[in-house]
Design a protein around this ligand. Structure first.
Ligand SMILES: [Zn+2]
Length: 230
């Protein structure tokens, strides 16, 4: 079994000075999370009959039975890679103390992104123990993701969601509505439904960031990712 005691994962993150955890998603799915005050697995959302934005990884996630898992990154992928995050333009930022202060249970840690799992053994897919984690876990390696499996597909984030970073593609939809403003309004409305008031920051990209070009090159996908009512 590759589930690691959350205490071990937390200690390793602290040793590497990781202070924040990240989760990126579409605007519509993020609105759902804000209304529920929880991160939900893809499978949990589907089972409850709620709508979510399709992700490229969906069919592969089912194959590897991670459909009911909740994923988090230890790094902001958009910043790190200077491109948009495939999973969506909204990044939830959590205080790493979410791990010891909420009942997360064991945590699984991937060694690489499941898209590269074909032909790999369990031992090359998941960190197996604390020793491996302290030897091989690298801050900033975004293939190494934290997976919350035994939370019933639902991870309440309580007061540990500290801020939301929203991309600004500088694009308008067919009706001339600015996508950033539309997304911002949707997220605010979802928060007001559940009584949350989390700051939303406009993402500050480096000059070399390729996100805007990426968003422009695939406008239909971009509309889908930014639409709160999808
Ligand atoms: Zn960018």
């Amino acid at each position: 079994m590759a589930g690691l005691p959350s205490k071990h994962v937390y200690e390793e993150l602290k040793a590497l000075h990781v202070t924040e955890l990240h989760h990126a998603n579409s605007v519509a799915t993020s609105c759902l999370f804000l209304r529920e005050k929880s991160l939900l697995s893809r499978g949990t959302v589907e089972r409850s009959g709620l709508k979510q934005t399709p992700q490229k990884s969906d069919s592969q996630d089912r194959v590897y039975s991670i459909w009911y898992d909740v994923f988090m990154d230890t790094v902001d992928i958009h910043n790190r890679a200077s491109r948009y995050n495939e999973y969506g333009p909204v990044t939830f930022v959590f205080d790493v103390d979410l791990i010891p202060k909420t009942n997360t249970g064991k945590i699984w840690v991937t060694k690489c992104n499941p898209m590269y799992w074909a032909g790999k053994s369990e031992g090359n897919r998941w960190f197996q123990n604390k020793h491996e984690l302290s030897e091989e876990f690298i801050k900033g390696d975004f293939g190494q993701m934290l997976v919350f499996r035994h939370c019933g597909g639902e991870l309440p984030f309580g007061r540990f969601l500290t801020r939301i970073v929203l991309d600004d593609p500088k694009l308008r939809n067919e009706d001339g509505v600015d996508l950033y403003s539309m997304a911002y309004g949707g997220l605010r409305a979802a928060m007001s439904e559940s009584g949350l008031n989390i700051p939303i920051e406009r993402r500050d990209c480096s000059l070399r960031c390729k996100c805007r070009k990426g968003y422009k090159d695939d406008e239909n996908r971009t509309y889908q990712m930014f639409d709160p009512f999808l």
